[in-house]
Ligand binder design. Structure first.
Ligand SMILES: Cc1cc2nc3c(=O)[nH]c(=O)nc-3n(C[C@H](O)[C@H](O)[C@H](O)COP(=O)(O)OP(=O)(O)OC[C@H]3O[C@@H](n4cnc5c(N)ncnc54)[C@H](O)[C@@H]3O)c2cc1C
Length: 511
């Protein structure tokens, strides 16, 4: 794999592609099945350095990152905690006599576990740990440190590092573990664009602390970009194959066998997945643009876009990954036994796509994160009459939905979209009435986690489909397309909307 990367870099130099930037990874990621070594080095290590590093830290490390003099990874997850980042247990105790942090793994459950490129590849790492000053916990923060020596690539004193072992596929990625035993790093290891600690142990935190997790946002946006590319590449295989493959002489008055694609059942398996994948293109493009806007804003300590983007991207991370995996399985089935052969590339892609449902945020957790955000907005709109702006502005239509629409044309995408909005708003209204106020922490916790969690998650699922459809619709209305292309894209939008309405909303529409 490393030889392939070296070769790619050579080719990119020759072809005038940007030679030493993480865009190179983004460019080659999907065709290389997103598994290339250095994906975490660029995607997470470089990204967090750019976002959380002070000017001096970026100046010191970025050239080394881009020229591979430093090989990095991102170690946040521990054996005991992945989704709940606030409960990470690794401790970084500041010692003002030596002006350094002493890092420890207090229990085996606090061992860093799963970080890609940690097992063998990286010699540097950004790790998250609870910062402790004068015996007091000051929250989870990110530290950048060397973890292996320059001479023989051995773990430094105070570290035990290894590979987590065999997994379900993902064999080119050396997911690793790391245990800290009085590992010492200088105060300057603390990534300090927003967090400043002086030698007296005085801490100053600026901005929104959630910015510490914006690297995950970047990876989620990148995964969205991979989703539609992966989906379409596999659909191309499936559709081409079933147009060629024939089974049964079922055509009346003909000795010809029927093309597999000609069966309604085959189209029902693949075409909604195709329409979903088109929707994913537009959602991905819009989120990438919002991510760039957020990055620019953060440079000026403005965190406005970050909050909304977090909610929207959580919805899409929750929706796109499992829907994509289900769709890939369907395409495999449509290709019969030949879809099971790795020459089709389908099993290979299914295997490498599988962890994406879990990594960077499990679907159930993602849906709850987005639900907390949109529920708050809905309640503000409903109780105070405040107008909601941006993608959630569909909620403002709540008051117009007291009666059913007078007419409904199943061939009109606006009407289909309206029905979907009604379904989501009804569902939102229902959970907002069922759940107690968030200020009442005890009853809110029981209602959210034990009684209505499935209602919350299914509302979030439907809302994610609506956001996908809205972005598709907005793009259709703003793009200048040739007439034939516009016609096809409109069919895709209608197919996507009808599929959601037929297969996903019965339970919501009946409530
Ligand atoms: C291939 C791979 C690569 C990875 N790479 C990295 C990396 O480079 N760096 C890094 O730091 N980490 C990495 N991770 C870790 C990854 O980010 C975590 O595994 C992920 O965030 C999920 O956390 P978890 O494993 O602790 O699952 P858990 O949070 O324990 O989830 C287990 C189950 O509990 C459920 N659950 C949890 N909380 C709730 C809740 N509130 N409500 C309902 N259900 C809940 C989940 O839905 C899930 O079904 C990687 C993981 C994998 C598999």
């Amino acid at each position: 794999m490393i030889k392939k990367i070296a070769r790619l870099r050579l080719v990119s130099h020759e072809s005038g592609q940007p030679p030493t930037s993480y865009e190179e990874y983004e460019f080659y990621g999907p065709p290389m099945n997103a598994l290339i070594t250095t994906s975490l080095h660029h995607g997470m290590f470089e990204t967090i350095l750019r976002i959380l590093g002070s000017e001096e830290q970026v100046k010191e490390y970025l050239p080394k990152v881009l020229s591979y003099k430093v090989l990095g990874c991102y170690a946040q997850t521990e054996m005991g905690h992945g989704s709940d980042v606030q409960s990470l247990q690794t401790e970084a105790v500041y010692d003002n006599e030596t002006d350094q942090f002493i890092v420890n793994t207090p229990t085996i459950l606090a061992a860093k576990f799963w970080p890609g490129e940690l097992g063998k590849f990286a010699d540097h790492c950004v790790f998250h740990a609870k910062m402790i000053i004068d015996g007091e916990s000051c929250g989870i923060h990110a530290f950048l440190a060397r973890i292996r020596d320059d001479e023989a690539h051995r773990p430094l004193k105070g570290l035990e590092i290894g590979d987590v072992g065999p997994k379900y596929g993902y064999s080119t990625k050396d997911n690793g573990y790391m245990i800290f035993k009085d590992f010492k790093v200088p105060r300057s290891a603390l990534l300090s664009r927003f967090v400043n600690l002086n030698s007296k142990g005085e801490l100053d935190i600026r901005g929104d602390p959630k910015v510490a997790y914006s690297t995950m946002l970047y990876v989620r946006v990148s995964l969205m970009d991979f989703t539609w590319k992966i989906n379409l590449s596999i659909l191309l295989v499936g559709i081409r194959y079933t147009l060629f493959r024939k089974q049964f002489r079922s055509i009346d008055n003909s000795k010809e066998e029927r093309k597999v694609f000609d069966y309604q059942a085959t189209q029902y398996q693949m075409m909604p997945f195709l329409s979903f994948s088109f929707a994913c293109i537009f959602a991905s493009k819009r989120c990438s643009a919002l991510y760039e806007q957020m990055r620019e804003e953060i440079k000026n300590d403005n965190f406005t876009t970050m909050k909304d983007l977090h909610s929207i991207v959580s919805a899409f991370k929750g929706l796109h990954m499992p829907e994509s995996l289900n769709g890939l399985f369907k395409v495999r089935e449509c290709c019969g036994a030949h879809g099971y052969s790795n020459y089709s590339n389908i099993p290979n892609i299914i295997e490498i796509w599988s962890p994406n449902v879990t990594l960077e945020g499990d679907t159930m957790v993602m849906y709850q994160q987005t639900a907390k955000g949109f529920l708050k907005k809905f309640r503000i709109m409903k109780n105070s009459g405040k107008t909601i702006k941006g993608i959630y502005s569909y909620m403002n239509e709540y008051r117009d939905f007291s009666s059913d629409p007078a007419t409904f044309d199943i061939n009109n995408s606006d009407d289909l979209l309206l029905v979907l909005k009604i379904a989501v708003i009804q569902s939102l209204n229902k959970i907002s009435e069922l759940l107690p106020n968030q200020d009442d922490k005890v009853s809110f916790d029981i209602a959210w986690n034990r009684v209505y969690q499935i209602d919350v998650i299914s509302t979030a699922h439907l809302n994610a489909h609506l956001l996908n459809a809205l972005m598709f619709d907005m793009e259709m209305k703003s793009l200048t397309l040739s007439a034939p292309l516009k016609k096809v894209m409109n069919i895709m939008l209608k197919l996507y909307l009808s599929d959601i309405l037929v297969s996903r909303t019965f339970s919501h529409l009946s409530c």
